[in-house]
Write a protein that binds this ligand. Structure first.
Ligand code: NAP
Length: 484
């Protein structure tokens, strides 16, 4: 790993303040060249249940701390994450593949979520409700829900953890994190820093292993009062069904199929130059990636010409190398998926403007691809692509643009480019999405609520709403107050 602080590279689970190993292990490889990076414990149901019991035991101590005491520890965690950003980014790039600059941006964004949650935890106000009955006073207080289980994906191995864990911890809940098996080392490094920041034993735990068995243990345990999941819609639905037996709070950050609407009055250079960042960031493997570029007829050709020029500046390679803009896909299997999607579109009449095939670099590399003449019948329109293919469609007017944009079961991020404030308001209001970027694509930030509607999920992460996921309102009615 060649880290300045070698202790950040841990190959053991972190439970109740102890680093635990077991005989069965999972191998972790570098997606750039398939080389071995290390291995992590393959925990199952029994170990997950043990972690739940330890977290439950730690709850009274953690919820008994003042919000300020919890905030101080969270702020220390955020500071430590930033102090070790170079090592953390190196670990992230090695296990996930994204370029170092993107890895650093993710770590910094993750630290920002922690700082925001630390501050927001101190503002978990209740209410004094005006009473309509004399001598009575209704009030509400907010309390932590209890043990929270968090299951996270490989595409953002660090910030998807801090975005869930930090508000839960700030609210007063202990957390058990199950990171993706492909990218566990970022999670263990965060746990090492959490220990140094001063979280008491059992308050923050990280376990790796059999995702189905661990997920089932989380779902079925009555002690787990909240399950926060980020990943595919199919696994999210499965977990939701399993959780119904214990009626817990659910946070579901699932898949997307983001439309990127370019109207005839848009700043075309702005819209075209944001395509590499919005569509191809993390090699197209983000839930908020533009999945469909919808462009008004009269500016279609010019926009496509400029977007093509912007995409052709991208450089594929090892994420550790200076100047590389795009690392490998998470596995060579995704290259095959991309080939199949392109073939399906071309068979139905789409044209490949660039890319469309595996890169000569081999392994997990597929050339950045722009497809034109795409139609809603094609798989690239209907499915979350999760790779470097940008399908382009035409629309005639605002109504058609909205209809095409909403023609999906997903509803996470959407983008629109226009300079007309009336149109911006009309379209942003009509889009069936949890988030709309207007002339801007960098949506995720600590102070704003991130999340989707429809089959993109439930709940919000970040913003003042982020804390709500991990707290319950308790209504207390004070009676007989008039009697002396
Ligand atoms: P995934 O296959 O659903 O896996 C996500 C997590 O769930 C991993 O930790 C995985 O563990 C675990 N898992 C898999 N099967 C499980 C099961 N049966 N029970 C319990 N846990 C299980 O998703 P992914 O491929 O890692 O991530 C890509 C997806 O995440 C995309 O759809 C993307 O849009 C979505 N995503 C959404 C957001 C958002 O904020 N809305 C953010 C990022 C990503 P293993 O790795 O050990 O199998």
């Amino acid at each position: 790993m060649k880290l300045t602080d070698p202790l950040l590279f841990r190959q053991a689970c972190y439970v109740n303040g102890d680093w635990l190993s077991c005989k069965a292990t999972l191998a972790v490889t570098n997606p750039f060249d398939g080389s071995a990076l290390g291995s992590v414990p393959k925990f199952g149901r029994a170990e997950a249940e043990d972690a739940i019991a330890k977290a439950q035991a730690a709850w009274p101590l953690w919820r008994g701390k003042t919000a300020k005491q919890r905030a101080d520890i969270l702020r220390a965690w955020s500071r430590l994450i930033l102090e070790h950003i170079d090592d953390l980014a190196r670990i992230l790039t090695l296990e996930q593949g994204k370029p170092l600059a993107e890895a650093k941006a993710e770590i910094a964004g993750g630290a920002d979520y922690v700082e925001w949650a630390a501050e927001e935890g101190r503002r978990a106000y209740g209410e004094v409700i005006p009473s309509k009955r004399p001598g009575m006073q209704p009030i509400t207080i907010r309390q932590p829900i209890g043990v929270v289980a968090a299951i996270t994906p490989w595409n953002f191995p660090s910030s998807m953890i801090t975005r869930k864990a930090a508000p839960a911890l700030a609210a007063g809940c202990p957390v058990i994190i199950k990171p993706a098996s492909a990218t566990p080392f970022s999670a263990f490094a965060l746990a090492e820093l959490a220990e140094r920041a001063g979280f008491p034993a059992g308050v923050l735990n990280v376990i790796t292993g059999d995702s189905s068995a661990i997920g089932d243990a989380f779902a079925k345990s009555p002690a787990v009062r909240g399950l926060s999941f980020t990943g595919s819609t199919s696994v999210g639905k499965e977990l939701m069904a399993r959780c119904s037996a214990t009626m817990k709070k659910l946070g579901m950050e699932l898949g997307g199929n983001a439309p990127y609407l370019v109207f005839d009055d848009a700043d075309l250079d702005l819209a075209a130059n944001l395509v590499p960042g919005c569509k191809f960031r993390n090699n197209g493997q983000t839930c908020v990636c533009a999945n469909r570029l919808l462009v008004q007829d009269s500016v279609h050709d010019e926009f496509v010409k400029r977007a093509l020029a912007a995409v052709q500046k991208m450089r594929l390679g090892n994420g550790l190398e200076e100047g590389v803009t795009t690392g490998p896909l998470i596995s060579p299997k995704v290259v095959k998926d991309m080939e199949t999607l392109v073939k399906d579109a071309v068979k139905q009449g789409a044209r490949v403007l660039c890319g469309g095939k595996p890169s000569p670099l081999g392994g997990g590399f597929f050339e950045p691809t722009i497809l034109v003449d795409v139609t809603p019948e094609m798989r690239v329109f209907r499915e979350e692509i999760f790779g470097p293919i940008a399908p382009v469609l035409r629309f005639a007017d605002e109504d058609e643009a909205i209809r095409l944009a909403n023609d999906t079961e997903y509803g996470l991020a959407s983008y629109l480019f226009s300079r007309d404030v009336g149109r911006i308001w009309r379209v942003a209001s009509a889009l069936e999405y949890g988030m709309v970027g207007v002339n801007e694509t960098a949506l995720a930030t600590g102070e704003a609520p991130f999340g989707g509607v429809k089959e993109s999920g439930l709940g919000r992460e970040g913003g003042r709403q982020g804390l709500d996921e991990f707290m319950e309102y308790k209504y207390i009615l004070l009676g007989d107050l008039a009697r002396r």
